[in-house]
Design a protein around this ligand. Structure first.
Ligand SMILES: C[S@@+](CC[C@H](N)C(=O)[O-])C[C@H]1O[C@@H](n2cnc3c(N)ncnc32)[C@H](O)[C@@H]1O
Length: 119
């Protein structure tokens, strides 16, 4: 992480870095069951859902990722775990890589059906 970002968003009182309080205060923590409807909690720029879909069967995984797509703004970002992938038929996202990391973006408009790899 660049020093400028560390200095801006982290405190560094000890050996370890900690997210700055003003950033923490932007976060609301809620316990939710992904099997329940979450369509009313908002529409997000980014969703981190690392190593969660691995617990679900193919049908629910597909349904969940379609619902996650609707919970993202067009062009919004989705991060999954490194061993997770999108279901074949989930066309709402395009796949991207950066610095060895893989992430997905909600199509700016509509369903892309085929995920495209971009550098
Ligand atoms: C392997 S852990 C990953 C935790 C964290 N995302 C990470 O990468 O370290 C899987 C997480 O999925 C959550 N999970 C499993 N089923 C869920 C469900 N139906 N609704 C919400 N969370 C669920 C578990 O509570 C657990 O926190």
């Amino acid at each position: 992480m660049p020093d400028e970002i560390k200095a801006r968003y982290f405190t560094h009182a000890t050996k370890e870095y900690e997210i700055a309080p003003e950033v923490k205060n932007l976060v609301t923590f809620e316990r939710r069951n992904l099997k329940d409807d979450f369509s009313r909690i908002g529409v997000f720029d980014v969703i981190f859902m690392r190593n969660v879909t691995i617990y679900f069967g193919a049908n629910f995984r597909e349904e969940l990722l379609e619902r996650v797509a609707k919970a993202l703004k067009p062009g919004g970002y989705l991060f999954l775990g490194s061993s997770e992938s999108l279901p074949e038929r989930c066309g709402a996202f395009s796949m991207h890589t950066s610095g060895g990391a893989l992430y997905y973006r909600r199509a700016p408009g509509g369903d892309q059906r085929r995920a495209a790899m971009t550098p």
